[in-house]
Design a binder for this molecule. Structure first.
Ligand code: ADP
Length: 405
């Protein structure tokens, strides 16, 4: 067994899973939330029945103050013990940390030492909402598990194959170089696993396929993948660019930002407006697509418009990536809305018959789960729904690095 502790941390939360990389099985998982909030800390730990394919065996919920990430990791270790299987019992061989921003320098999973941890913190300049939380968790986890190798797996790394013409913004070259302004792209862990799973499902070599992946979760991005390599993606310098998301605007004329600032809205407020109060939330007052869908069905005009804006933007990118790739073999839907939104999938793909893309309505509407084809038999482009599993991918990449070094 090759068990990996996969850590996905934010500024106030730590999500974790223990995954047996050799079988892909989840052995335990949990969440520490509201770190740093007095009187609000919460720890949920779940144990899974071994060999059951993920059946929940035990769950413990504890509420107490968690002042920082170090206390968070101490609580995680206690959670395992209280749950009946101390963490030592899992034979963990590596800790895999999800890191959102790796800048231009981290192009592959990387063993974490003090210097790497420091660089991840410095990259907070480019990812102020994400990298500080990753860094705090890395420091805490290395203190709790000093004898295990810790691996950073970057969301940006998969996109380091994007050609210069696609990652370059047309601004002064020196200014861009001085401040690291270019498209980096995110969700790379998901785009990578999902495109490989699609190829495997079709029994086609990954290297032979042109794929367009739509990762439609709370955060959303699309990726053009040629032979397994990312060649374009919709997120940019930060995860703000591109598609309409739960709380992010996606594309907006940068001029709107200057306009707001000149009219007296502070920089921090504009940042919050575009990152936390825009997207579905800004257009409808609710983040979750299920609520937006229900409101639209009940005749709410704002919700109906939000869905139209969402679909219109995704179709822009679908058309753009058909151009970038000069055609496509697959279109792949993944993440919360991609996996559970047959209505969105149908709207996004409608009218693309001219390029040989045709969804089969019965397949699209089927309640089947797991990887599946939803295009018609005579569709030249195969459309798939592929569940993403970023934690399994982090475990896989961590083991690959640890066993090769
Ligand atoms: P995250 O980016 O937070 O990982 P997810 O991939 O879990 O997000 O996607 C979350 C979103 O997926 C939710 O906001 C919700 O809109 C959507 N979603 C999840 N389940 C369903 C469902 N059954 N029907 C429609 N939308 C769903």
């Amino acid at each position: 067994m090759n068990a990996v502790l996969v850590v996905n941390s934010g500024s106030s939360s730590i999500k974790y899973q223990v995954i047996d990389e050799s079988s892909g099985e989840r052995l335990a998982q949990g969440l520490v939330e509201r770190i740093g909030e007095q009187g609000a800390g919460r720890i949920v730990h779940r144990g899974h029945r071994p060999g059951s394919g993920g059946e929940l065996m035990t769950e413990t919920v504890t509420e107490r103050d968690i002042p920082d990430h170090a206390a968070g990791f101490a609580a995680i270790v206690e959670g395992f013990a209280e749950n009946g299987t101390p963490i030592e019992g899992f034979g963990i061989v590596a800790v895999g940390h999800r890191v959102v921003h790796g800048g231009s320098e981290f192009i592959a999973p990387t063993l974490i030492d003090a210097e790497v941890a420091e660089r991840i913190l410095e990259l907070a300049e480019l990812a102020p909402l994400h990298n500080p939380g990753h860094h705090a968790a890395i420091i805490a986890a290395r203190a709790v598990f000093p004898d295990l190798p810790h691996v950073a797996v970057f969301d940006t790394a998969f996109h380091q194959t994007i050609p210069e013409k696609a990652y370059t913004y047309a601004i002064d070259r020196e200014l861009a170089a001085e401040h690291g302004i270019r498209r980096y792209g995110f969700h790379g862990i998901s785009h990578s696993i999902v495109s490989r799973r699609a190829a495997r499902h079709l029994d086609r070599p990954l290297e032979s396929l042109k794929q367009i992946v739509l990762h439609l979760g709370n955060g959303a991005s699309m990726c053009a993948i040629d032979g397994g390599r990312s060649v374009d993606t919709s997120m940019g310098l930060t995860p703000l660019e591109g598609l309409v998301m739960g709380t992010r605007s996606g594309n907006i004329d940068a001029g709107a930002i200057f306009h707001l600032i000149r009219r007296g809205v502070s920089v921090d407020e504009v940042d919050r407006e575009l990152n936390k109060r825009a997207g579905f939330l800004g257009l409808t007052g609710t983040i979750d697509f299920r609520d937006v869908r229900a409101a639209a069905a009940a005749g709410d005009a704002a919700a109906q418009l939000a869905i139209e804006v969402y679909v219109h933007r995704a179709r822009h990118y679908l058309g753009a990536y058909l151009a970038v790739l000069e055609g496509a073999d697959t279109v792949v839907f993944t993440a919360g809305l991609g996996e559970n939104g047959p209505d969105l999938r149908a709207l996004i793909c409608a009218g693309f018959e001219w390029c040989g893309l045709r969804i089969d309505p019965d397949r699209n509407d089927s309640t089947e789960t797991g990887t599946r084809v939803i295009s018609a038999n005579d569709s030249r482009i195969t459309v798939l729904v592929v569940p993403t599993d970023e934690e399994a991918e982090i475990a896989k990449q961590s083991i690959a690095l640890v066993t090769s070094s």
